[in-house]
Ligand binder design. Sequence first.
Ligand SMILES: C[S@@+](CC[C@H](N)C(=O)[O-])C[C@H]1O[C@@H](n2cnc3c(N)ncnc32)[C@H](O)[C@@H]1O
Length: 247
Amino acid sequence: MVDSQFDDLAMLYERFSEQPFRRELEFPSVLEAVGEAAGLRVLDLGCGSGVYSRKLARGGAEVTGLDVAGGMIDYAVRREREEPLGVGYVPGALPPDLYEIFDVVLGVYVLPYVTTYEELVDLCRSAVQALRPGGRFVTLPIHPGFHRDPAYYAPYGFRLHAYEPEDGAAVVLNLWAGRYEATITARYWTGQTLERALAEAGYTRVDWLPHVVSEHGAREYGTGYWQPYLTVPHAALLDCRKQEVNP
Ligand SMILES: C[S@@+](CC[C@H](N)C(=O)[O-])C[C@H]1O[C@@H](n2cnc3c(N)ncnc32)[C@H](O)[C@@H]1O
C-alpha cells in the first residue's frame, strides 16, 4: 500500500455521490455503459469508497473492488460490514488469482492519477490482465477537450484548472460537497495518447460514448442545466474491448 492523496477523501467522495452531477448524469452514464449488471463479474479498479461496487452488487453483479489507498479500502470494507453485499475488497495491486476472470473492469476517474505514459500503459494493462478475452474496460479519463475556463463546471460541484494542455500536464481539481472540500492533482492525456496507450496495453477497439442524463434529472433540473456539461464534458467515457482470443 502507498500513501495516497486519496487516503482521507472517502467521505468527500461519498457526499459528492449525492450531488446531482453524479446522481443524475455520471452514474446513469457509467451504468448504461457497463450494461445489465446481473450475472456480470466486475472489477472496480480504483474503487475508492466503493460507491460503484455497491451499486453494481445491488444490481446483481459479482464485484471485487481494488484500490491503492488504504483509507478508501478501509471505508469500503466498513460499509460492506454494515450492509453485506458480497463485495470483496483488495488493497494494492491486482493479485494473479484475479487474472482473466472479469467480464468488465470499471475504472472511474482512475486513469487521471498516473503521472507518466509508462504508468498509463501499465494501468491499462492491469485491466487487460484482469479481463477475460472479449471483456471490456469502461473508464473515465479527463476529457481531452475539457473546458479551459476553471469556473465552467462550478454548477456541477467542481472546478478544473489546467496549465498546459499537453501529455502528463497537471490538472488541478477542486471538489466540494457539503462541508467537505479537496484539491486533487490529476493529469491530462491527449485523445491520441489515450488511444495509443490503450492499443499498446492490448485493447483492439475503443468507443467514446456519450454521457446521458436520467429522466428524473432532466425533469428536476431542466435540460439547460445539463447542456453545458453534455456539450463539453470534463471526463470522457471510454468503452475498451480486449480481443476475443488470447494471442
Ligand atoms: C478519484 S477517486 C475515484 C474513486 C471511485 N472510482 C469513484 O468513482 O468514486 C480515484 C481512486 O483511484 C485510486 N487509484 C489511483 N491509482 C490507482 C491504481 N494504480 N490502482 C488502484 N487504484 C488506484 C485512488 O486511490 C482513488 O481511490
